[in-house]
Ligand binder design. Sequence first.
Ligand SMILES: Nc1ncnc2c1ncn2[C@@H]1O[C@H](COP(=O)(O)OP(=O)(O)OP(=O)(O)O)[C@@H](O)[C@H]1O
Ligand SMILES: O=P(O)(O)OC[C@H]1O[C@H](OP(=O)(O)OP(=O)(O)O)[C@H](O)[C@@H]1O
Length: 211
Amino acid sequence: MSEIIKVAMPKGRIYKKASALFREAGIQIPTDVDESRKLVVPLPEIGMEFILAKPVDVPTYVEYGVADIGIVGKDVLMEESRDVYELLDLGIARCRMSVIALPAWKPGIHQRVATKYPNVASQYFRERGQQVEVIKLNGSIELAPLIGLADRIVDMVETGQTLRENGLVELESMFEITSRLVANRVSYRMKNAEIQAVCDALAKAITAKNV
Ligand SMILES: Nc1ncnc2c1ncn2[C@@H]1O[C@H](COP(=O)(O)OP(=O)(O)OP(=O)(O)O)[C@@H](O)[C@H]1O
Ligand SMILES: O=P(O)(O)OC[C@H]1O[C@H](OP(=O)(O)OP(=O)(O)O)[C@H](O)[C@@H]1O
């Protein structure tokens, strides 16, 4: 008998896109499990159990093996540096991580950068020889330059609407971001056939979408 695969799924904007991709891959998962308050959803009929997690926590659950696989944005993987296998680029929830400022921004002596991604931002500016003070925020990052907390921000840009509505400009695009399928290293060995089957089915669905 094949083993149950535990899947850490991010609540929020990735869930609908990821669950649609699973269904295109022939894995019939419900569309609306993220709308209830139930956090562990057993789906024995398809040999899976879904763990509905905050996106930033998905790599932690997978590293510790309480989830065998997970779906997570590349932005979170870069920031969290968890020891997980990155198996597949799902090509969903596409956006970019950028450096953003008010149009009048000029390099100054003491530069402050606000972001939800302090590790990624620190490394990015360090590699470019720019000395900056990085300030961690947890949301509405665009506020920081508007009210004088920081000169620049590092944040996600998708449609650009948030920037336009707040009179901000994108100075540099740092990284293209998509969601990834990741696996726990031990699970990948112990449940290899089951995990590889999910990975192959998703890869086939992605290829079918792109032709
Ligand atoms: N416009 C966007 N803004 C932010 N993230 C986006 C965007 N579009 C796609 N993404 C991707 O979606 C992922 C999850 O975004 P979501 O907003 O659901 O998470 P979150 O900000 O951690 O949620 P919460 O605020 O509930 O903790 C991001 O990590 C990123 O990979
Ligand atoms: O280019 P756009 O399509 O406007 O998308 C980008 C915005 O979306 C995200 O914010 P989110 O909605 O997650 O809210 P938050 O700022 O509270 O994290 C991100 O942090 C940007 O603010």
